[in-house]
Design a protein around this ligand. Sequence first.
Ligand SMILES: Cc1cc2nc3c(=O)[nH]c(=O)nc-3n(C[C@H](O)[C@H](O)[C@H](O)COP(=O)(O)O)c2cc1C
Length: 213
Amino acid sequence: MDLEVQNIRREYKVGSLSRKDMPADPIQKSEEWIQEAIRLDVIEPTAVVVGTCGPDLQPSTRTVLLKEIHDGRFIFYSNYESRKGHQINENPKVSLTFLWHQLERQIHIEGVCRHVAPEVSDAYFAQRSYKSRIGARISPQSHIIPSRMFIVTEFAKEALKYRLDVPRPETWGGFEVTPHHIEFWQGRESRLHDRFLYELQQDGTWSLCRIAP
Ligand SMILES: Cc1cc2nc3c(=O)[nH]c(=O)nc-3n(C[C@H](O)[C@H](O)[C@H](O)COP(=O)(O)O)c2cc1C
């Protein structure tokens, strides 16, 4: 089947970025862009692609939902025994990519990831819906299962066991990414996009430079 994908072309005209738009702190700019995506009703405005790489040097990526930016760290929740969970244990260097098609914007982050404190995970877990809490308990994320029936049955059994209070399983919790490299990308016409790169310096300040599209 000829998908004719080579003929799909779009000019990016929604916005622009200049140095005056870039504050000293890229966390502030990240929050600003995420808030704007939320305000403009972008679908899944907090979706972010997490890149990990285990000791075999095979990178892998998947989408998660950002749940908080706290003290400059980007927090998402997942299963500690999942593929990403194991890769992060073995190599905490990760990447995060936010992409908002409607805004023609992307933020690309590189940093170091670790588990959040158990009490932070407990607090977030308690806010999740009942079904999400049950799901987190029974899903052996990323592992082979025999059938859909298996997971549906496990869900039903666990729901009978925990009618109200659903404890957080130790295998599920938050990951926080401390960034040292943050790039803001705004699409422009003729593929002459605007890109600004922040890099964390030894003294804790961020350098800022424009980089080529
Ligand atoms: C829009 C979207 C949001 C998702 N959010 C999460 C999330 O917050 N946490 C999570 O563990 N998986 C989430 N997933 C599923 C992951 O992409 C992935 O399938 C799962 O985490 C297992 O990844 P792994 O096998 O690489 O560890 C989401 C998927 C999509 C498409």
